[in-house]
Design a binder for this molecule. Sequence first.
Ligand code: HEM
Length: 409
Amino acid sequence: MLATAEKVLHWPFSRTMHGRPPVEFDLLRTESACPVLLPAGATESRRAWLVTAYDDVRQALADPRLSADEVRPGAPVRIQVPPGERPSSFLRMDDPDHARLRSMITSEFTAHRARAVRPVVQQRIDDLLDILAASPGAADLQQVFTRALPTMIIAGILGVPTADTGNFVELTRTVLSQDDPMVAFAAYQQITQYLRDLAVSKLAEPGEDLMSRVATKHVRTGHLTIDQLVGIARLVLIAGHETTTNQLALNVLSLLLDANLRAQVLTDGGAKIGQYVEEAMRYWSISQDAILRQATVDLELGGVQMRAGDAVVISIPAANNDPAMFADQDVIRLDRDSGKHLQWGYGPHFCLGAPLARLEMELALRSLFERFPSLALAVDDPAPLYRTDTIFFGVKTLPVTWDPELPRR
Ligand code: HEM
């Protein structure tokens, strides 16, 4: 039960203005947490509290009284699927189970590890840009680069055979689509089955990859079931793939749309690329509708009294565009402290892949603009490119042109 319900808006809201986070946030942020209606799907719609102010969002993400556990009775779900047993991943578990499973792969995603895979990432980037350079000066960058890169990297980390990665791209995209819950669920089941087969084969014949290492160290010793390994692999695949793809594409897009910004970012050999990546993450805030929690006890948050069992939607885009925290929030500025953005999450579920994603995006931007200094957007208006039907905001395509004759810098 919600304490008050004077106005109940339907969530999620749409982005309308130049791909910026929904205008509703600007109206709501100055108020207390606000009651909203979650989408109806295979199950009936229900109410939730929407938390939008920066301080409240940060506090909520780290608050142990808010459960992320999706198999908890009454837990809210973003993608409505048929009721029944849902194989869970640690993204939607609470400690101690969450911490136990997360700890099994933290060593795969440290900053040290990211530095070690740097040459591999750079090689993949160079290979993809070689293919791009061989085309006649026009391409869909989303297809040939910004989507292909994270797919190849994650497939390599997990130990997915190269021949299967194309199918993965389509399935992952479908899982995260908001169009048809049943289609999304079918794709989810297909990915799960594929990863189960892969896990069994890694257990029998381990290689040099994440799934093999976890299978050998934790499944073989009886500390983890095959299903739990599948849950971990599926989480890494989905969490690390669609996010990095769309964020990288939007990072490129902002530079193509703003010559001034492009000059600032690429000056001095791209010295400001790292700062730019963080600020562009704040600005675009692609993780738009992903964070759902449930109050485990009565508590006060965002100026309202919540009751045990209440559903809570935590809006990272609203927080990242809170003018009380980020002045001039609608402008990409390289002189602000963007590191405080919440686009990687905050608290126990802080993004495990942040060092890897940063590395991929920084190297990709640097190499792309070095090799294609004349890169330009092939359309006048980017609005039709945006994908608004997904949990992670992004672009459907990124049509670009360049002058093949222009020498690289
Ligand atoms: C730009 C790219 C990325 C963005 C914006 C992003 C964003 C996020 C956010 C917001 C969360 C927290 C979700 C929550 O609190 O419920 C999260 C968690 C997670 N991310 Fe990322 N992520 C990105 C890239 C990656 C990559 C490349 C990987 C791995 C290869 C990855 C793996 C994970 C995992 C495993 C979690 C769950 C952590 C936990 O529950 O303890 N992410 N990510």
